[in-house]
Design a protein. Sequence first.
Length: 99
Amino acid sequence: MQFEEYQRSLDQAAPPAGLGAPLQALWYARAGDWDHAHDITQPGGPALDWVHAYLHRVEGDLANAAYWYRRAGKPVSTIPLDEEWAELVSVFLRQENGK
C-alpha cells in the first residue's frame, strides 16, 4: 500500500484489512478514535511504543509522551503533529512493503 492509498482509506468505516497494528492505530488516531488507537498500542514493543508516544503528544500529555519515546528508543518529537503522523505512516508502510 502507498501513502496516498492509506490516506484515502480514512474515508472508509474501518482501516484496510491486513494492516499491522502500528498502522491500524495511526488510522484510528487520524479518524478521531484516540481511545481505540491507544488500545491497539497496549501490547507494546518498539513500534507500538513509538505510536503510543505520538498519541500522548496528540492528547497534550508531553511528559507521558516522553516516557513512550524513551521506551521506543526514539527522540522526543517536536515537529507538528500532522508531520509526525505522516512520518510514522510512511515508516510503517515502508516496513510492511518490505522496503
